[in-house]
Design a binder for this molecule. Structure first.
Ligand SMILES: Nc1ncnc2c1ncn2[C@@H]1O[C@H](COP(=O)(O)OP(=O)(O)OP(=O)(O)O)[C@@H](O)[C@H]1O
Ligand SMILES: [Mg+2]
Length: 248
């Protein structure tokens, strides 16, 4: 079982859009996939039409009072299950803090799922918190959407430096440009230069497209709703690159 997290400290950069599409693509290729929506805003749960409710809330899950697989729901798609968000997830940090080995609790919670799933996708809220630290420890690969600005590179370097301080297992980092607008000169320059000079920046990028924005109206991943669209093909390229980096 591999664990991929879409992560960025910044909000609104395309984490959820990416998580739902790679989860769907992996499932459509026959992998058994679980998407865990860790964000109390519950955007991924909404997109998969699953009610954002976990009995006992985040507290019961984190404390192990309720087995994780008890809270898992099916989606409309084969091989793709969802662990929905719950509004109590806004307090996940508090609950994690109450646990022994509080930074690796999420990783322990995923262990019993190894037999059932080939891939777990974690969709994270925008923050740097004990929850995000848990995500960084649980993941094999971090997919980091970056808006093409000079500051985004700094964000990536800060993340890499933070992970560099971990003992033991460290996730690989694959950043990619998100909401790329090639009409903007700065976007073009950054998006052309960085993938060529840094191996932690993907060649694949996701442009700003209204078809992607409309996913929240259709309530389905664009790769499922319009597999032949340009938007879907960009996500497929990103998924191929992510898979290659995880098995490399
Ligand atoms: N490539 C894109 N082109 C156009 N719109 C996009 C693109 N990616 C995401 N969006 C839209 O931008 C908004 C934010 O995207 P998304 O929810 O994926 O970001 P996020 O990083 O998960 O945000 P948050 O930090 O709030 O969880 C959504 O309305 C989404 O539909
Ligand atoms: Mg999100």
């Amino acid at each position: 079982m591999k664990v991929i997290a879409t992560y960025n400290i910044k909000g609104g950069v395309g984490k959820t859009a990416t998580a739902v599409n790679i989860a769907y693509l992996a499932a459509s290729q026959g992998q058994r996939v679980l998407l865990w929506d860790l964000d109390p805003q519950a955007a991924a749960s909404f997109l998969f039409r699953v009610r954002p409710k976990v009995k006992g809330g985040g507290k019961a899950l984190i404390a192990g009072k309720r087995p994780v697989d008890d809270a898992i729901k099916a989606t409309d798609f084969d091989n793709l299950d969802l662990l929905p968000a719950d509004f109590t997830y806004r307090n996940l940090d508090l609950h994690l803090d109450g646990e022994r080995k509080s930074a690796t609790r999420l990783r322990s919670l995923l262990t019993p799922l190894r037999r059932e799933y080939d891939l777990v996708v974690l969709d994270c809220p925008p923050s740097i918190s004990l929850l995000s630290e848990n995500v960084l420890h649980a993941a094999d690969l971090l997919l980091v959407p970056l808006i093409p600005t000079t500051l985004s590179v700094r964000t990536l370097d800060q993340l890499t430096e933070f992970i560099g301080g971990f003992d033991g297992k460290r996730p690989r980092v694959l950043a990619f440009f998100s909401m790329l607008d090639r009409r903007k000169r700065l976007h073009r320059e950054i998006a052309d230069e960085l993938p060529a000079t840094r191996k932690d920046v993907a060649a694949a990028a996701i442009p700003a497209l209204s078809a992607i924005e409309r996913m929240s109206l259709q309530r389905a991943p664009i790769t499922a709703a319009a597999p032949r669209s340009r938007a879907a093909s960009y996500y497929r390229d990103l998924w191929t690159e992510a898979m290659n980096s995880i098995i490399a």
